[in-house]
Design a protein around this ligand. Sequence first.
Ligand SMILES: Cc1cc2nc3c(=O)[nH]c(=O)nc-3n(C[C@H](O)[C@H](O)[C@H](O)COP(=O)(O)O)c2cc1C
Length: 380
Amino acid sequence: MPAKNALLFESLKVRELELLNRIMISPMCTYQAELDGKAHETHLVHYGQFALGGAGLIMTEATAVEARGRISAGDLGLWSDEQVPAIKRVVDFVHQQGSKMGVQLAHAGIKASTRPPWDGNSFLDNSDAEKGAKPWQTVGPTDEPLAADWPTPMALSISDIETLVEAWGAAAARANTAGFDVLEIHGAHGYLISEFLSPLTNTRTDEYGGEQGRTRLACEVVEAVRANWPEHKPLFFRMSVIEGVDIGWSLDDSIKLAKRLKTLGVDLIDCSSGGVIGMHGKYAIPRTPGYQVFLADAIRSQARIQVSAVGLITQPNQAEAILQASQTDIIALGREALNNPYWPRHAAQVFNADEHFENWPQRYGWWLDKRAAMVKGAGQ
Ligand SMILES: Cc1cc2nc3c(=O)[nH]c(=O)nc-3n(C[C@H](O)[C@H](O)[C@H](O)COP(=O)(O)O)c2cc1C
């Protein structure tokens, strides 16, 4: 998508990968996978629409590295080779449209085995089992539940952790077989890796706890993934850069971790926040347009690593201003992409970069160009 003076539409190189533009579709759970973690027809349409809409990079929803690590019974998984073909079909379609595709590998830890948000986000129980979504035993850094009335997780032993780290590596190898271009490790939002990072949820006294040990799982997962993910392909890490104002994991912690992860082969930090303190806790940062951009900016300038910024970025000019101010390398769109999957194509037109719909799929663009002339009163 050529653009006149818009950074948003300049290509971006991350490691060996060339992205067509700087727009990424942020990871978003769809809760639509088959009960065995395989992609459903809905995934083809869901991710396919973003590719038709022109996003440079499309990231999948959280995709579990083991069945216990699913947030809900409708999560995607890559814990078995049998899950590869269905998601590969989606990746192949996205590639045919010219976009690149990333997979967000995840483990939900003590926040696993839950209902979708519109069903209350609470933990599964026997009433869900009757509908096919049987609750399962969750795992975490300790046996401390998410909240007093939540099920008790099983504290992971050292050998459990070793097995789990191997599962991350095996899932990374499958992601490569499926043809993904980018792999993102979900280290944010109070899920397993983030639970280990946070002093609020990790009170272990062994080598995976304490000031030094809390980052150990994150580093081991990065190493296992890098060993099973091709050298030329980019690796992203999503971080809750802060948990909340003056509480728990801090910006300084994130800067330190980002520097360390860079030495282990991470190329980009996907900068988010919060999620650790309960399911319905207060937001870490008040939700205003671009509310997390300052976190991306801080990591980019202080850890000297590429970043993506996310959170209520909805306007093309807003996105462009963030890029022009060098606060981020990539703009990630979450809910705005649900609202308008064609956001990148419309944004290009805001910058007069595609006045005649030439970058749209031809079968749409040809008509839309003629229609635009009619709307202006210049049509036949
Ligand atoms: C429906 C939905 C599902 C989400 N699922 C994930 C997910 O699987 N992994 C993740 O890291 N973030 C997830 N998020 C967070 C988004 O990636 C994004 O960071 C957040 O929505 C803020 O961006 P926005 O204001 O552009 O929506 C989800 C958000 C929404 C709305």
